[in-house]
Design a protein around this ligand. Structure first.
Ligand code: HEM
Ligand code: HEM
Length: 229
């Protein structure tokens, strides 16, 4: 059984994510997961086996801070080097409309195996737009509350106290979202091709046409070609 569809280079492919977006995404993923595992050691009781991997509780606190700085650098890299892509991403989220609502309402049925016909989607489908919004918000909260907890001397005591539950709740929501998102972006039947978009940068043209018809038409379709000429 194949978990991720085979990468085909004998069929037409189109670019989905440039190198900057891919470095930011995977660099952020690695540092986010390091923060998560080391954070869980501080958050949960009785995970000595996990603490052992990171050199005990003190080691986990240190790795957490190093990974947090790494994550911040990745986010700043994406923000500065990928500014144009970031704006295009925000604009696409802003196109949330009827087709996205329809997508979100029928997606649960499709997820559980009922074949559904989705309305045409822009660059990011309704689920991806929601994922973008939730993760952008949660990661911003994690970064802000994290630095406040790290440097309590320079912030008001009330804000430092408030940052603890904010950090914990943002960790819980983002982790739930990332579990769902990681599965959909890799092993989920039908959407697995998107993994290659984030890994190698391109997806099969027929897949893009089927899953993101509006984006495909606007970027690679006849109209886009005639505008280029
Ligand atoms: C820039 C990003 C981040 C910074 C600056 C940061 C900073 C911190 C600091 C200073 C602490 C307290 C550590 C201690 O008591 O020794 C902490 C705890 C924690 N962090 Fe982060 N963190 C960041 C990102 C994350 C991420 C991405 C996650 C998980 C998705 C996470 C999950 C946790 C958890 C679960 C705790 C334990 C909280 C508790 O004990 O109630 N952190 N973080
Ligand atoms: C756990 C492993 C992960 C896998 C396998 C994965 C996979 C992917 C893939 C394949 C895409 C492109 C989807 C598309 O074609 O639009 C993507 C996009 C994205 N990823 Fe991840 N990802 C992972 C972790 C993360 C983490 C940790 C975050 C942030 C906390 C994140 C945030 C995003 C965002 C915001 C997008 C753009 C919106 C979307 O397409 O949903 N990812 N990811």
């Amino acid at each position: 059984m194949k978990w991720i569809p085979e990468y085909r280079d004998d069929v037409p492919r189109v670019e989905r994510f440039n190198l900057i977006a891919r470095i930011t995404h995977w660099g952020h993923t690695v540092t986010f997961l390091l923060c998560l595992f080391t954070g869980l050691i501080l958050f949960l009781d009785g995970v000595d086996w996990l603490a052992f991997i990171f050199g005990g509780y003190r080691g986990a606190g240190l790795v957490h801070r190093i990974a947090a700085v790494g994550m911040t650098i990745m986010l700043l890299f994406g923000l500065i080097a990928g500014f144009k892509g970031l704006i295009a991403w925000m604009k696409d989220i802003g196109r949330f409309g009827k087709n996205d609502i329809m997508f979100l309402s029928i997606f649960p049925l499709d997820f559980f195996g009922v074949p559904m016909k989705f309305p045409p989607q822009t660059r990011f489908n309704g689920g991806e737009k929601m994922n973008s919004l939730v993760l952008l918000t949660m990661v911003t909260l994690l970064v802000l509350s994290g630095y406040i907890m790290w440097f309590p001397a320079i912030f008001p005591a009330g804000l430092v106290r408030f940052s603890y539950p904010v950090h914990d709740l943002a960790m819980i929501f983002s982790t739930l979202m990332v579990c769902m998102h990681g599965f959909l972006g890799s092993f989920h039947l039908g959407s697995g091709e998107s993994f290659w978009g984030m890994w190698k940068g391109t997806v099969r043209a027929d897949w893009a046409q089927h899953h993101h018809a509006i984006w495909y038409e606007e970027t690679y379709g006849d109209k886009a070609k005639s505008e280029e000429e």
